[in-house]
Design a protein around this ligand. Sequence first.
Ligand code: KIV
Length: 304
Amino acid sequence: MSLTTFSTERTGPRVGRDADVPTKVTAPSLLQKKLLRQPITAVTAYDYASARLVDEAGLDVVLVGDSLAMVMQGHENTLAVTMDEMLLYTRGVRRALRRALLVADMPFGSYQTDDREGVANAVRFVKEAGAEAVKLEGGRERKDLVRRMVDAEIPVMGHLGLTPQSVHRMGGYKVQGKTMEAIDELRTDALALENAGCFALVLEGVPRELARIVTEELTIPTIGIGAGPDCNGQILVLHDMMAMTFSPPAKFVRRYADVAGLMRKALAEYRQDVEARTFPSDAESYHLSREMRGLMGVQTEAVG
Ligand code: KIV
């Protein structure tokens, strides 16, 4: 980090933030947005810098998704990331957010084996990392766990459809809810999660028509990813939308920026400048005082 960045972090103005602190997004306020037919905006973020940009851009929800196992850690699926790793990333995001709701994703293995352990892990996210809600995958089989978490004062976001933690059971990342039976199952699961106390539901990788039916059947808001435009909100993985991934994007991903392209270009230029000795320039260097230079008998100009 440069000295300039360092000092700005501590003392400089926060663009559009501290001068005018916006209304905090909460779990109940998302329900309000559904009632007012205002779309909910959500995105993943895993680190302080990007979470701060998301917050300053005015998005409603930041999810520290277990997708970080793939986009931050380079795993081939989401299964390997641990509770302790998720806590570490969530803490960095916590420090960045003023307005957005911070939702932490329960990683694989942190809630599937035992409800008590699941609640204890959700408590860790709130207590040790400042999360304001947790998200977990699964339907009816999670209803008791969701109830226990809500009883422990922790808002829970559900996640149905293409649930990446079920990758082995699904046999890959495939669109879900395409048969009559699967449609019925998903609708039943969605209602079970709402009745158990979830405050919102992520619908991932399902046909638009099914997402619409579920959105209309539920009182709580649905947040879609690869689920069409009729959900109450949308979420994307930040690295997907910024082209910071290394394989072709899924059909539903819209690229809003080519950050990898920008970084590649910047890194090539930096390498060229260093190799050509045009970086850093004299103006980008610190200097001894004139008096010290005289005492030391050194030249003013940097030599190549
Ligand atoms: O982990 C994640 O990023 C998610 C979103 C895709 C909803 O669960």
